[in-house]
Design a protein around this ligand. Structure first.
Ligand code: IMP
Ligand code: MG
Length: 181
């Protein structure tokens, strides 16, 4: 795993693909264990969660469940804007269904809080969030995700679905912005 340079910033290896695979299996097992119904609906939050959702959903392996997609945007560059926009909404009827949102990262918590409110408006049976990454020290609003593959320090991350200005989403491993020496 070598360093990555993008737009003048250097990112160093942080979490390996092996470690990701291991924690994805753990979270999948926890979700399966906690499921109350056999047909929950998973909602993957685009763009960042697409890779995590693909791996997690396969690991959950519940043939009678569903997966769908919504899209939110809040970040510009390496900082959260605090403003959260829904760019693509839900078409499925989720009333009285068990819903699990699959999100890439919970940082300030603004996106998660907005999503919970938006989804709760449809009156699901239950609502949980499964996040690949959670930055506990950055949380400003709302609650922690019910499931998190990794708790990480408040640093900027990329790869495995997460981007820096839409770049570098396709890496196998997760990288962290290198602090300036
Ligand atoms: P929040 O609303 O501040 O919790 O931020 C949530 C969204 O910001 C996530 O869904 C990500 O798309 C993006 N984000 C937060 N932290 C990072 C990061 O370290 N790298 C890349 N994107 C991030
Ligand atoms: Mg996101």
């Amino acid at each position: 795993m070598a360093e990555i340079n993008i737009k003048g910033l250097t990112f160093e290896p942080f979490i390996s693909r092996e470690e990701i695979a291991k924690q994805v299996e753990r979270v999948a097992a926890e979700i399966k264990r906690d499921c109350l119904t056999k047909c929950p609906i998973f909602i993957c939050v685009l763009n960042g969660a697409f890779m995590f959702a693909a791996d997690l959903y396969r690991a959950i392996d519940m043939p009678e469940s569903e997966i769908t997609f919504i899209r939110y945007k809040s970040y510009e560059g390496t900082h959260s804007t605090g403003k959260v926009k829904q760019i693509m909404g839900l078409v499925e009827d989720i009333t009285d269904r068990e819903v699990i949102i699959i999100e890439d990262i919970v940082d300030t918590g603004h996106t998660a809080l907005q999503m919970r409110a938006d989804i709760m408006a449809y009156n699901p049976k239950s609502l949980k969030i499964a996040a690949l990454l959670f930055k506990p020290d950055s949380l400003q609003v709302g609650q922690p995700p019910e499931y998190a593959a990794f708790n990480i320090p408040s640093k900027f991350i990329l790869g495995y679905g997460l981007d820096f200005d839409e770049l570098a989403r396709g890496t196998h491993d997760i990288y962290v912005l290198k602090s300036k020496e």
